[in-house]
Design a binder for this molecule. Structure first.
Ligand code: DC
Length: 227
């Protein structure tokens, strides 16, 4: 069967990662979480004093270090984990301090160019499902299947609170909702490849869908593209 490239874009906490992961697992494709790459670079910046006291990023220092920031993935106990220069940072990059800084780091053009090149290298041989914000527009504009996922900000915040509490992190709904709304705004309005639906993407609003329903919807779509 021919291998294709599948791009899944959408708002934060829209459930796109879960559906991308499930599809990749079912069809034997590689899954890449591009958001994890922006999160890992953000963690690097935080650890190295590049987030300044006024909340801005020391852009020059970060650009200077980019060639030394290696973000990769590996499978451990059947789960994909993110590596920052070989260190497992999977837990740390999902926490609120990183979430609060990541949109600013992801808005820096040099960071985007650096990571987009890396993402394109991951997809060179096709057979990949990648999720993010600009996968169907910038990273893989020729992807054979593009999905754009959305759900209301309130639904996404509730999902995120549940997800974090399952990981043992107690956060307030209000705090998470504020983070979701703020990130949407920064992601949509940045100059360099903003969150944008590709013209040939298929829309999915999953506000009232179960995980199983959305996985089935995506699988049917995939089958219709490869058969
Ligand atoms: O999908 P996520 O919430 O883990 O993404 C984290 C941040 O990274 C998000 O605020 C936007 C940014 N991002 C991006 O700008 N481009 C991507 N392809 C993926 C994520």
């Amino acid at each position: 069967m021919k291998k294709i490239t599948i791009a899944i874009d959408g708002y934060s906490s829209s459930g796109k990662s879960s559906m991308a992961k499930a599809l990749a697992h079912s069809i034997g494709y590689r899954y890449i979480d591009s958001g994890a790459m922006y999160r890992a670079v953000t963690l690097y910046a935080m650890r190295n004093g590049m987030i300044l006291p006024d909340g801005s990023v020391d852009v020059n220092a970060l650009i200077n270090d980019l060639p030394e920031i290696n973000v990769d993935f590996k499978i451990e106990d059947g789960r994909q984990i993110t590596l920052l220069n070989g260190e497992n940072v999977e837990m740390e990059i999902r926490q609120l301090p990183v979430s609060n800084n990541v949109s600013l780091v992801a808005a820096i053009p040099a960071v985007r160019h650096y990571l987009v090149e890396r993402q394109q290298a991951f997809g060179r041989d096709k057979g990949i499902v990648m999720d993010g914000r600009d996968i169907g527009t910038t990273v893989f504009p020729d992807a054979e299947l593009k999905i754009f996922v959305n759900a209301s900000a309130e639904t996404r915040a509730l999902r995120r609170v549940k997800e974090l509490s399952e990981k043992g992190q107690q956060v307030s709904y209000e705090e998470v909702l504020a983070n979701v709304v703020k990130r949407d705004h920064i992601d949509e309005t940045r100059e360099e490849s903003p969150l944008r639906r590709a013209n040939d993407a298929i829309d999915l609003d999953n506000s009232s869908m179960t995980v199983d329903q959305q996985n089935e919807w995506l699988m049917n779509l995939y089958n219709s593209r490869v058969n």
